[in-house]
Design a protein around this ligand. Structure first.
Ligand code: NAP
Length: 286
């Protein structure tokens, strides 16, 4: 039976380090950094995500400022609200919640945030730095996946990693981070002709498709590590992309819930501190 790669111990370790770093930061800066959330409209999942962000940041003692805009917000109003946060020296990080109301142009969030405050790695600037191997603030979800691999001592260098999904928020940045960590990486997507033939080669298999039951036991190499980012709801239950029976073949597997999702907000804390240090003039090494 596969080892369960639980996310909570990983999140706890990241937040523990963040608490220590925060104390050091406050000593130098005289105040804690602050995260700003921007929520437009009344999407229930986005509102729930804001509450989850508050819970995690409260555990460390980093304040969170919520900017709430109506569902019919004009593009210019959203732009002005984010510009104010970009210009506010008290704000170290900004996250714009998705989904945004449909009348707003697709991808607008990634164009508004100052890259220096882009703690969820959504801007083309952050994505470009990640792609060319420069220090960057990557999207928090795949960075959490990397933190899980590191925490549990999974060997990445020299492994063959297969990533299902190429979205700019999960699959693609995960593939880039695995390449940077010296894995040989294959990226699969909806037009990949023979997915099982690809996945069976994986020492590390990453599922980020949002398709429940996509990864079945016969698609997994015995002993492989499987990271499941999928979040779907079937009959009111949260499920991933990976069938639970994969646990009988894999060597290690992230559970859903309690796997990758449990780490994302801890990474957001870590990235907020990184952005704050950088704004302070990089006075902290690392
Ligand atoms: P997305 O933008 O819809 O991208 C899905 C990717 O999967 C696309 O690249 C798509 O291929 C590929 N795909 C879809 N069906 C496939 C199939 N049958 N075979 C192979 N590839 C397939 O989704 P996303 O935003 O990346 O999110 C992926 C999943 O992660 C979702 O379940 C989402 O809820 C979850 N998520 C989890 C967290 C977390 O903290 N755990 C955070 C964010 C998102 P094409 O490019 O060809 O369309």
């Amino acid at each position: 039976m596969a080892i369960a790669l639980e996310g909570r111990p990983v999140a706890r370790a990241i937040l523990e380090r963040a608490r220590e770093e925060l104390a050091e930061y406050v000593t130098q800066a005289g105040h804690p950094p602050e995260l700003a959330t921007v929520l437009a409209g009344d999407d229930a999942s986005a509102a729930a995500y804001v509450r989850a962000i508050h819970r995690t940041f409260d555990r460390v003692g980093i304040p969170v400022r919520d900017v709430t805009l109506p569902g019919d917000v004009a593009e210019s109003e959203l732009r002005d609200a984010v510009e104010r946060l970009n210009a506010d020296p008290a704000v170290s990080g900004i996250i714009i919640l998705h989904p945004l109301p449909r009348h707003l142009p697709a991808g607008i969030a990634s164009q508004l945030v100052d890259p220096a405050k882009d703690v969820d790695g959504v801007t083309p600037y952050s994505a470009g730095r990640l792609a060319v191997g420069l220090p960057a603030l990557p999207p928090s979800t795949p960075e959490g996946g990397m933190a899980i691999l590191e925490h549990y001592g999974i060997e990445i260098a020299g492994s063959h990693a297969v990533v299902i999904g190429r979205s700019p928020v999960v699959g693609l940045p995960m593939a880039l981070m695995l390449i940077a960590a010296d894995a040989t990486v294959t990226v699969c997507h909806s037009r990949t002709p023979d997915l099982p033939a690809m996945t069976r080669q994986a020492d590390i298999l990453v599922a980020a498709a949002g398709r429940p039951g996509l990864v079945r036991p016969e698609m997994v190499k015995p002993g492989a590590t499987v990271i499941d980012f999928g979040v779907s709801f079937v009959d009111g239950r949260m499920v991933g992309d990976v069938e639970p029976a994969v646990g009988e073949v894999a060597g290690a597997l992230t559970p859903v819930p309690g796997g990758t999702g449990a780490v994302t907000n801890a990474i957001l804390v870590q990235n907020t501190l990184r952005a704050a240090w950088a704004a302070l003039g990089g006075r902290r090494a690392g």
